[in-house]
Design a protein around this ligand. Structure first.
Ligand code: DQA
Length: 155
C-alpha cells in the first residue's frame, strides 16, 4: 500500500482465541488489562505514529483467515496475537504468506518460557519481528517496530 500519505497508513491487529477473556483469564500470566484496554492503548499509540487501526478478535480460525485475506490490499502491516493458533495453525501461516507487508507476532506472555507445546510458532518463520513477554505494552512495542520497519522499507 502507499505510504506517501503518512496519515493513511493502516494496521490490522488480530487477536486469536480466548483473548476476549483478558482481565479475568489467568491474570498472573496475562495481566489484568482487558482486550478493550489494549485496544485503547493501541489506538493511542497508533495515532502517535500516524496509523489507523482495525482491531479485531475471534475465537474461530476460519474467521481469522478470512480477515487476513480480506486485508491483503487494504493494510500496510499486520500485528497478530494468534494465541493458541500460533502453535497449531498451518492455515494461518499460509494466509499470512499471502501478504506483501510486514507481519509482527505479539504475545503477552513469553511462550518460549512456558510449556513445551507453546515453543513452536507457525507465525515466527514469516514474522518480521516477534514481541513476547511484555504484557499489553507488547502491542505498543509492535506498533513502534512496524513503523520502524516500514520507514526502513520506504523512508
Ligand atoms: C498467548 C500465548 C499462547 O501460548 C496462548 O495460547 C494464548 C496467549 C500470549 O499472548 O501470551 O492464548 O498468545
Amino acid at each position: 500500500m502507499s505510504q506517501t500519505a503518512q496519515s493513511s497508513r493502516k494496521i490490522l491487529i488480530i487477536n486469536g482465541p480466548n483473548l476476549n477473556m483478558l482481565g479475568m483469564r489467568e491474570p498472573k500470566i496475562y495481566g489484568s488489562q482487558t482486550l478493550g484496554d489494549i485496544e485503547k492503548l493501541c489506538a493511542q499509540s497508533a495515532g502517535e505514529f500516524g496509523f489507523d487501526i482495525d482491531f479485531k478478535q475471534s475465537n474461530h480460525e476460519g474467521e481469522i483467515i478470512d480477515w487476513i485475506q480480506e486485508g491483503k490490499d487494504i493494510f500496510d502491516g499486520i500485528i497478530i496475537n494468534a494465541a493458541a493458533y500460533t502453535h497449531t495453525s498451518v492455515a494461518i501461516h499460509d494466509a499470512l504468506k499471502l501478504l506483501d507487508y510486514p507481519v509482527i507476532e505479539v504475545h503477552l506472555s513469553n511462550p518460549e518460557e512456558r510449556e513445551s507445546f507453546r515453543h513452536l510458532s507457525y507465525i515466527k518463520p514469516i514474522a518480521a519481528a516477534v514481541i513476547a513477554g511484555h504484557g499489553a505494552k507488547g502491542y505498543v512495542i509492535a506498533i513502534k517496530e512496524l513503523d520502524r520497519i516500514l520507514k526502513r522499507q520506504k523512508p
